[in-house]
Write a protein that binds this ligand. Structure first.
Ligand SMILES: [Zn+2]
Length: 331
């Protein structure tokens, strides 16, 4: 297939969804933290990817809960699923690749169950609503599980090539897994943004991607790298169809949308966390620091007005947050 055809196909995946959703789509909420709320123990270097091995049916149920809550896009449990991470657990690289594919398959199964229920409840009404499955790619720091996911500081020895070599095979496998889009999430720095863009351009990746950055000051990425620079890289990459922010406190989102808008006309996506802070030493969330579903929702129309086209939640948001977002958008 010629490059231009691939680019057109990539662009239409999201534009079709947005058209059918009346210009604004809803992304799901936190996956890992929701698995934990249901009792999963994620204290493991594989984090939520551990559930791909131990409790795939719980992962499918959480995807289904988000669809029932109204999400138009569900994100697979591959955030911290890496071939290297599975190999350190004693699996073969082939098993690791199979688990990556499985993460997308589980999300697709949830979509199928959801659609079948719709058919049962609405016999003869052939109008299943469109749902996209996004294959999650977390950062190199998420794989290291040493906190660098939230500092973006990988040290001098990690180069662009290190990051490209780390991510390449996973991205290839996820691109061929049946997912509709690749979600590069919680991206902490510019080097990794560059690595993602180069992989998408150099490899024959024929599904679109979104780039989502993580900020802790409401201005730049967690590493201190310029959001404008990183969003510009995303803007220049033809396979990237949306750019935005995730896992960042709600209070910072409005300003971040305005910044991104300065450098791209691509759809802007945002899926903030609950605003709670994570205590890395105790390995737990500090509840009192967050916002309630009602507070979260009071932001939604402002984010929409500021220019966000895809809105959802990240860590510690739940299906009830997503339901409230849908309500605020009167979907
Ligand atoms: Zn998160």
């Amino acid at each position: 297939m010629g490059n231009e055809v691939v680019f057109d196909q990539c662009a239409s995946v999201l534009s079709n969804l947005l058209r059918e959703c009346g210009g604004v789509g809803v992304i799901d909420g936190g996956l890992a933290t929701e698995l934990e709320r249901h009792g999963a123990d994620l204290n493991d270097p594989l984090w939520s990817a551990k559930c791909l091995i131990c409790s795939p049916q719980l992962v499918r149920q959480v995807h289904l809960d988000y669809l029932e809550a109204g999400a138009d896009i569900i994100i697979s449990a591959s955030y911290q699923a890496t071939i290297q991470g599975f190999v350190s657990k004693g699996l073969t690289a082939e098993d690791g690749e199979a688990l990556l594919r499985r993460s997308v398959e589980i999300a697709c199964e949830a979509r199928e169950i959801y659609w079948e229920r719709y058919d049962l409840l609405n016999p003869g009404v052939p109008n299943r609503r469109p749902i996209l499955v996004a294959a999650s790619v977390g950062s190199y720091g998420a794989y290291l599980a040493d906190g660098s996911e939230y500092s973006g500081d990988y040290g001098e020895s990690v180069t662009l090539e290190t990051l490209k070599n780390f991510h390449r095979r996973r991205v290839q496998v996820l691109a061929g897994s049946g997912a509709d889009i690749i979600a590069f999430e919680t991206t902490p720095n510019k080097l990794e943004t560059q690595a993602y863009a180069e992989i998408l351009e150099e490899e024959n990746i024929n599904i679109p991607a979104w780039f989502s950055f993580n900020s802790k000051d409401g201005i730049d990425l967690v590493s201190g790298d310029s959001l404008l620079d990183c969003a510009t890289i995303a803007d220049s990459c033809k396979k990237v169809v949306a750019v935005g922010i995730n896992c960042t406190p709600p209070r910072f989102i409005h300003g971040l949308i305005s910044s991104i808008k300065k450098v791209t006309r691509k759809p802007i996506l945002i899926y903030p966390n609950s605003g709670e802070t994570y205590d890395g030493d105790r390995k737990e969330w500090v509840e009192s620091t967050g916002v309630s579903d009602d507070d979260f929702v009071s932001y939604v129309s402002k984010w929409r007005e500021a220019g966000a086209s895809l809105i959802g939640g990240c860590c510690r948001t739940t299906p009830s947050t997503i339901k409230a977002i849908c309500k605020a958008l009167s979907k």
